[in-house]
Design a protein around this ligand. Sequence first.
Ligand SMILES: [Fe+2]
Length: 380
Amino acid sequence: MDIKPFQSFLPTNVSFGVGVTRSIGELCAHKRVMVVTTGLKRSGILNRIIREAGTPADLLVFDEIEPNPTCESVDRGGYLARINEIEVVIALGGGSALDAAKAVACLRDEREEIVAASAGIRSYLLGERAFARRSTQLIAIPTTSGTGSEVTNVAVFSDPVNHYKKSMVSPWFWNDYAFVDPELTVTVPEKHTAATGLDALVHAIESFWAVSSTPFSEPIALEAVKLIMDHLLRAYHNPEDIGARTKVSLGSMMAGIAFSQTRTTILHALSYPLTVDFHLEHGFACSVLLKPMLQTNAPLIPKKVARLLDYLEAPSLERLLQRIEELMVSVDAPVHLKALGVQEKDLEGIADQTLRSPLTKLNPKAFTLEELIAWLKENR
Ligand SMILES: [Fe+2]
């Protein structure tokens, strides 16, 4: 196999395993700390992290982040971090908390008048401004297995006022530290285990088939696909099975590392209108069209498909597609847009929104608007 030239950048210091969060105390000692979270209902986790933070000079909990974090809550977090002169931002939660904390930490350093004049995170999200620095330490502690946000420089925000959801990247969005403790995921409810696990599976598969994949990212993505395919169902049925939770957590983090090098592709672009307009959970919005898109991409990437089948010990593409569908059905995930109330008249809008995302350019199959509408009709 020829090795094509590539670049990689992985600046996050990762600790993985049961109990690893114990060492956050060293990073928080005598510092002004802010925990950014989503109103974590799963009792015990927030208290445990506060206890493990040890002896900070001050500790503020900002728990107003909602699922699909909005520009408003991120701006408010940034404001509170600024006036409290926060030095360490700890993101605690799922993808929403982790993404929001990245922006909160960066907004903390902006001057008040600039934030006011440029309308907060919105102007960064729309590319009108770019973050130039981040003085706080940024620590991510994921409590779900799926987002991968702990090891990427990507964050996704929603603007309900202007009706869009958009991802952004910034060199300041890499976490300084990630503490991935599978034990924190044992209380994740069934449905959420399914959605986040499938999100991670899509991260891995999209990273693998992306035109931007590299000889470095591909094996990481392959192993992530295998870990999730082999263990998600066990974690779903036996939430306290720490062995299965550990495998899925590792797969999710590896998928994050893989897509941090490549980005995701058209399934993530499709997921944004599906979450904004049809209120679908992110993971399900990404996975609902996984099977038909793999079928469509496969003839364009025969060598990658052969490697995927070999790695997963699948005798044929048809068998693999069947395994994916069986897994999705077993965890009660939607496998058709129709079942989600998406009607034929909605498809043009979904296709139009999707093609606005630069992620679509990384998909092996390039679509025109007409082609994507026709594809969605066929696979609805
Ligand atoms: Fe995702």
